[in-house]
Unconditional design. Sequence first.
Length: 402
Amino acid sequence: MLMANAQNQPSQKGTFKFYEPGYYQNSILKGIEKFETAQEPAKQAGTFKLDPAGLNIPTNKSAFKSIWHLPPVSQGNTNTCWSYSATSMLESEIFRLTRQEVKLSEMFTVYCEYIERAEQFIRTRGKINIGEGSEMNAVIKVMKKYGAMPYSSFSGLQPGQEFQSHEKMFNEIKAFLDGLKVRNAWDEASAVSTVKSIMHHYMGVPPASVNMNGKEYTPREYLTGILRINPDDYVDVLSYMQQPYWKQVSFDVPDNWWGDESYYNIPLDDYMKILKKSLKAGITVSIAGDVSEAGFLAREANAALVPSFDIPSTAIDENARQFRFSNGTTTDDHGLHVVGYLEKDGVTWYLVKDSGAGSRTGGIEKNINFGYYFFHEDYVKLKMMTFLVHKEVMKDLLPKFR
């Protein structure tokens, strides 16, 4: 009888169900989060800043004499401003020299730089600094060896990803390399292969060639044959007192992880003259220095200036500059791209294209200067330590280095 009843029952089916968050997520977890947050309220420390009220700061980038450049691009959650700033400068150079409008891949350079770092980490038995940061001339170094790619060939983004984010990738790379040091495992080929596999997971695999009008070019062929950029035409200019002027020296910061000693160290007055000369000649520069000062008004005014309560303008000289670098209040924080200038009331302001988040406060809808800063010449003189530029503007000074 039981078997007969079972045979007469209708057949039943299973199905997949997709549930919205329920009581556990909406009530229990939120209740726990609310309690734990209430137990440890977030403490906000105030940041001491210059009050911009009443200051004669430019308010619109359209007032500047601007040199051709592509629109600002966000570096997302990465510490790769060095690549964005120098790449942006080279895009302007490509246009200046060939009239081509080309968006280059910042991430191809970053990818190659990680390979270089992994190799040197093994060769030095783990003595080099492993970080996301580097210097602007690393872009020149990488392009000379590996070439370049257009953004359309390699963006470094996964499908559906809007912003770059390298936190997880970098942590994996660093943990892996640190582990090799602990185990005394110095197989270079294996190390580089693993670092590449980590990058492939997060960034994708860069193609071996670039297709242009149906023809394939290696990245190096693309750089020299299509873009017509010669990496040897670009020099990094520095001004600090701790090494002799009119010598090629090292820039002593952690991001100069490979110990490059090719920086042209010149007196501060010459440094400022070359910067202005370059822009007036229609040649942009990428520049790097400190962006953590009371006068760095990212959210308040998209501007950077030196408050009188810090140091009077007339007192800003090579000694004041070196003093701040030596005591650590000037650091190598950020790389940017100087794309224009404004001479106003006897003062030069610089229009600076930025890849960081600070210049984007309020969003593109509310911030008419979205992606740009206005740097007062005093801020550059005191806080911006080095710039990368075409050597054409240095031709009168280069003989002094021989």
